[in-house]
Write a protein that binds this ligand. Structure first.
Ligand code: NAD
Length: 478
C-alpha cells in the first residue's frame, strides 16, 4: 500500500523539525524521516544541534564557566570556597540528560502536533517520491505532495589528521572526553575550535589552537576580532595563526602534530587533538540523479532565494544549502518554505541573521562589518562603547569587550552591530529586532534603556554613532 503525505521532511534537526511542526500546524499531513538512532537503536530526533552540537556544547560551556568562575573569580567578591574540583563524569551526565530531555521533547511535540516520525535513511526519487531504508534494510516508498530536504552537515575531515575517535577527535568526540587532557591541540580557530577549546581550557588543559589563516576570525568585524583575540590570550588560549597542519601521528599514547608556519616546519605533542576545520553539507546519496535536484560547485543543494530546488515541489533548507550554518537560519527557512507551500506569502531576511560564538565573553554579530561596508564603498558612521564603562558590567566583574554599532552615514539606518562581551548573544538580538524594523541609530538612541543593565552599552553605542554618548568621551566629529 502506498502512503501519501502532503509534506515529507528529510531530517529532524532545527531546520527539519521546526518545518514539520509548522506544516502540521498549517493543516498538512506531515512526515519527518530521521536516520539518527540513540540508545537501544531508538529513533533520536533533533539532529546535530540537539545531539552533538549547539545544546551539548552549551551545557559543557556553562559547566566549565561555573568551574572557572569559582576557581578564579570568587575571591574578588570576598568569597573563599577553597580549591574547587571538577567531576567530569557528572558534568557529562548532566549534558546527556539535557540532550535526552530536549530530543524527547521533540518527540512529544511531534505527537502533539500529529507529525509522523519515520526512522530510516531517505532518498528523493523522481516524481516527489521518497525511498526510506530502515536499519534492517527494509525499503518503503512514500509519496509526497512536497518534499523538504533538511539533511544538515557533517564535520570536514582532513587527510593530515584522520579521526580515530580516541586521540584524534572531531567536535562530537570533544563533547565526551572522560578526563581533562593535559595538553590539547585544536586544528582550526573557528567557531567550534574556540567553543570546545574554551571548555577544556577552563577545566585546566593547556590548549594550543593551530589556525591556517593569518587572520583571526576573518568573518567578524576586524576590531571585534582583534579585541576577542586579546581576551582569549588573557585566558591562556594559545592561538597560533598562519599555522597549517601537515600531519598528525599517534605514538606512545600521544598525538605528534606537524604544522608549517612562516618559520618553517614545527612539531607539537598533545594528549588529544580536536579537528574543527569546518562542516560540509551531507548531500551524498540523498537523491537520484533523475529527481531533478542539483548541487552547486561546493556540494550544497542548489536552491533559489525561496529555498526551491530545481525539482518541482522539492525544497531544501538549513546547513545543506548556501548561507551560514546556523540552526536559527535553518529553522526560519523551514518556516518560510511551509508557509509558501500553504499558499501564504513568506520571505527570509538574510540581512538580519545574528551569529554568535559562545565563548566567554560571547561574540555576537548582525549585519555587515565595517570592512565589508568599506569594501562596498558604503559611507558609514561607527559608535563604540566599551563594557569597562558599564556600571552593570563592572558590578558583575565581567567588563571585557565592547559594542560596536554601524549606521549608514547618510540615512542613519543601522547596517550592523558587533559585540564582544558578557551576554552578547542576547544583546545583539535587540539590534536584530531594530534592524528588522528598519531602525536608525537615532531610533535606538532615543529609546529608554533600563539602568543598570548591559543593554545600556547598546544604547550608548547607538548614541556614540553621532558622537552623543554620555558615559564615554565622544570622538571629535568629522
Ligand atoms: P569554521 O569555518 O568556523 O572554522 C574552521 C577553521 O579551520 C577555519 O578558520 C580554517 O581556516 C581552519 N582550518 C582549515 N584547515 C586547516 C588546517 N589544515 N590547519 C589549520 N587550520 C585549518 O568551522 P567550524 O568551527 O568547524 O564550524 C563549522 C560550522 O558550524 C560553521 O559554519 C559554524 O558557523 C557552525 N557552528 C556554529 C556555531 C554557533 O553558532 N555558535 C557553533 C558551532 C558551529
Amino acid at each position: 500500500m502506498s502512503v501519501k503525505f502532503d509534506v515529507v521532511i528529510i531530517g529532524s534537526g532545527p531546520a527539519g523539525y521546526v518545518a514539520a511542526i509548522k506544516a502540521s500546524q498549517l493543516g498538512m499531513n506531515t512526515a519527518c524521516v530521521e536516520q539518527w538512532l540513540g540508545d537501544g537503536d531508538k529513533l533520536q530526533l533533533g539532529g546535530t544541534c540537539l545531539n552533538v552540537g549547539c545544546i551539548p556544547s552549551k551545557a559543557l560551556l556553562d559547566s566549565s564557566q561555573k568551574y572557572a568562575d569559582t576557581r578564579d573569580n570568587l575571591d574578588i567578591h570576598g568569597i573563599d570556597v577553597g580549591k574547587p574540583e571538577i567531576n567530569v563524569a557528572a558534568m557529562l551526565s548532566r549534558k546527556d540528560k539535557i540532550v535526552s530531555q530536549l530530543t524527547g521533547g521533540i518527540a512529544g511535540l511531534f505527537k502533539h502536533n500529529g507529525v509522523t516520525a519515520i526512522a530510516g535513511t531517505a532518498k528523493v526519487l523522481a516524481g516527489t517520491k521518497v525511498e526510506i531504508t530502515d536499519r534492517e534494510g527494509a525499503v518503503q516508498i512514500i509519496e509526497a505532495g512536497h518534499i523538504i530536504i533538511a539533511a544538515g552537515s557533517v564535520p570536514v575531515e582532513i587527510p593530515p589528521a584522520p579521526i580515530d575517535d580516541e586521540y584524534i577527535i572531531d567536535s562530537t568526540g570533544a563533547l565526551k572526553l572522560s578526563e581533562v587532557p593535559g595538553r590539547l591541540g585544536v586544528i582550526g580557530a573557528g567557531v567550534i575550535g574556540l567553543e570546545l577549546g574554551s571548555v577544556w581550557r577552563r577545566l585546566g588543559s593547556e590548549v594550543v589552537m593551530l589556525e591556517a589563516l593569518d587572520d583571526f576570525l576573518p568573518m567578524m568585524d576586524e576590531q571585534i576580532a582583534r579585541e576577542s583575540g586579546k581576551i582569549f590570550k588573557k585566558q591562556g588560549l594559545d592561538i597560533r595563526l598562519g599555522a597549517r597542519v601537515t600531519g598528525a601521528e599517534v605514538k606512545d599514547c600521544a598525538v605528534h602534530v606537524t604544522y608549517s608556519n612562516s618559520d618553517g616546519e614545527q612539531t607539537e605533542v598533545f594528549d588529544k587533538l580536536i579537528v574543527a576545520v569546518g562542516r560540509r553539507p551531507r548531500s551524498e546519496g540523498l537523491f537520484e540523479p533523475d529527481s531533478g535536484i542539483t548541487l552547486d560547485e561546493r556540494g550544497y543543494i542548489y536552491v533559489n532565494d525561496n529555498c526551491e530546488t530545481e525539482a518541482p515541489h522539492v525544497y531544501a533548507v538549513g546547513d545543506i544549502v548556501r548561507g551560514p550554518m546556523l540552526a536559527h537560519k535553518g529553522s526560519e527557512e523551514g518556516i518560510m518554505v511551509v508557509e509558501r507551500i500553504a499558499g501564504n506569502s513568506a520571505q527570509m531576511n538574510y540581512d538580519c541573521v545574528p551569529s554568535v560564538v559562545y565563548t566567554h565573553p560571547e561574540i555576537a554579530a548582525v549585519g555587515k562589518t565595517e570592512q565589508e561596508l568599506k569594501g562596498e564603498g558604503i559611507d558609514c558612521k561607527v559608535g563604540v562603547f566599551p563594557f569597562a564603562a558599564s556600571g552593570r558590567a563592572l558590578a558583575a566583574n565581567d567588563a571585557d569587550g565592547m559594542v560596536k554599532m554601524i549606521a549608514d552615514a547618510e540615512t542613519d539606518r543601522i547596517l550592523g552591530c558587533h559585540i564582544v562581551g558578557a551576554s552578547a548573544a542576547d544583546l545583539v538580538q535587540q539590534v536584530v529586532i531594530a534592524m528588522e524594523f528598519g531602525s536608525s541609530a537615532e531610533d535606538l538612541a532615543l529609546t529608554v534603556f533600563g539602568h543598570p543593565t548591559l543593554s545600556e552599552a547598546v544604547h550608548e553605542a547607538a548614541l556614540a554613532v553621532d558622537g552623543q554618548a554620555i558615559h564615554i568621551a565622544n570622538r571629535k566629529k568629522r
